[in-house]
Design a protein around this ligand. Structure first.
Ligand code: EPU
Length: 418
């Protein structure tokens, strides 16, 4: 199995480029199922989550090809209707095929995802939304089977602004009969990107990016040729790296308008963050000031940046309270950071982080993607050598993270672990 080995203490300087967003690419790949034709997504990053969804699309009978020009999905014929347990358990985002399959073909059978490393994560709101649109939902043998002759537009009020739930319902509504209104919709830039793409395919979606999205269903959609939005979480991870390691890092592709909450916190913590052509530049100078953070749905502070920001606070000056409100169990990085000498205590939904002067390198591992990224960041400032194992978590959502950090001057490499 691969691991990442880091020799801490290097300053980071230079320019790094972010890839298109994993969490935009996944729903967009599912949206390709809506159109009888050959769709293209440009510059799709080589991530294992992307490969998992590609496998699922192939399992459904669509053609998938990776090339220099991007990722092609040929959904002219899609005979399959089922997302099997093996794929859904590897990646929950597999449930994104539900909306498109039911909308275009009237039937889908999807393994119900179980809990995962960061929380229970049910999909009840996806299903209630589809029911409101006239679908019949039956749960049997661990699978949900959803059928509808043709979905009908409906008014759907979400209990919580679920991201993939909003996306699933938006895709379903794109081919439904009449108007769907999703209230308390997720406002994430990836939702907006999906709406932009659906509209380019001939869909009629308004209001994405706000909490009320209106979709007028159409009879047919055409294939897409789309460049997904840059990955704000990858960008944020490099911004934190820059703030943590001193020096000056330019993150090309970082969109300031997608990173407001993080940038505000980085500035409060004493980092300089400035807009530059095509991106953001961060300058860290000495230990960060400790600041409190509370995660929330967009435009709040992203839960997907909570672990990485905690690595910065672990060596901050003072006391920081980091509160996680989106997922109930997303502090798996805490015991590992403590093994590196951090002083962090979890109390309910909050982590109390008492900044320490130095971390010391250790062998660590994480159980999810963003927690793994936090351990890599901690390794960059720790004394001595850190080895982060279970790199397959990182490879789900970061394209060549170690190469990109090495390009900034970090002493980091991928090794093979016995
Ligand atoms: N929820 C329900 N019922 C539902 C759906 C969600 O109770 O039907 C709850 C969840 O359990 C959670 C909260 O609502 O407590 C928000 O979850 P949401 O549905 O918004 O999360 P998601 O759509 O499953 C996406 C990202 C995650 C990211 C979250 C929150 C994708 C493919 N995944 O997940 O990304 O953390 O939104 O921003 O877009 C990651 O990239 O590392 C990652 C986990």
């Amino acid at each position: 199995m691969d691991a990442i080995e880091i020799e801490g203490g290097a300053r980071l300087t230079g320019t790094v480029e972010v890839s298109p967003a994993k969490n935009a690419v996944l729903p967009l790949m599912a949206a390709a199922l809506l159109a009888p034709g050959r769709s293209r997504l440009r510059r799709v990053p080589r991530l294992s989550d992307v490969r998992t969804l590609a496998r699922l699309l192939e399992h459904l009978g669509a053609g998938v090809e990776f090339g220099d020009g991007g990722l092609w999905v040929d959904a002219a014929r899609v005979p399959g209707r089922e997302a099997p347990y093996e794929l859904v358990k590897t990646m929950r985002a597999s449930v994104l095929v539900l909306g498109p399959l039911v909308a275009r073909f009237g039937r889908a059978r999807v393994s119900l995802p179980g809990g995962c490393a960061i929380g229970a994560r049910p999909i009840d709101m996806h299903l209630k939304g589809l029911e409101a649109m006239g679908a019949r939902v039956v749960l049997e043998h661990g699978y949900v089977e959803v059928t509808a002759r043709r979905l009908r537009g409906a008014r759907i009020v979400l209990d919580l602004p679920t991201v993939t739930g909003t996306e699933n319902l938006m895709m379903a509504a794109a081919l439904a009969e009449g108007r769907t209104v999703i209230e308390n919709a997720a406002r994430e830039p990836e939702v907006e990107d999906l709406a932009r793409c659906l509209n380019a395919m001939g869909g009629r979606v308004r209001g994405a990016g706000s909490s009320v999205i209106e979709i007028d269903g159409v009879g047919e959609l055409g294939p897409m040729d789309h460049l997904p939005v840059p990955d704000r979480i990858e960008a944020g991870t490099f911004l934190v790296a820059g703030a943590l390691c001193g020096g000056e890092v330019t993150v090309r592709g970082a969109r300031a308008d997608h990173l407001d909450a993080l940038v505000a916190k980085l500035k409060q913590a004493g980092a300089r963050v400035d807009p530059v052509k095509d991106g953001l530049r961060v300058r860290g100078d000495g230990r960060a000031r400790s600041v409190d953070v509370r995660t929330g749905p967009y435009p709040g502070f992203p839960t997907d940046m909570q672990a990485q920001f905690m690595a910065l606070m672990a060596v901050g000056r003072g006391l920081s309270v980091i509160t996680e409100t989106v997922f109930e169990n997303r502090f798996m990085h805490v015991p590992e950071l403590n093994r590196m000498g951090a002083d962090i205590r979890v109390e309910g939904g909050s982590a109390v982080v008492r900044g320490v002067r130095r971390l010391s390198g250790a062998r660590v591992m994480a159980t999810d993607l963003r927690a793994s990224a936090a351990l890599v960041l901690a390794g960059l400032v720790a004394d001595g050598t850190t080895v982060v194992s279970r790199v397959y978590h990182l490879d789900r959502g970061y394209e060549r993270l170690e190469e990109k950090l090495a390009g900034l001057g970090a002493r980091i490499r991928r090794i093979r672990e016995r």
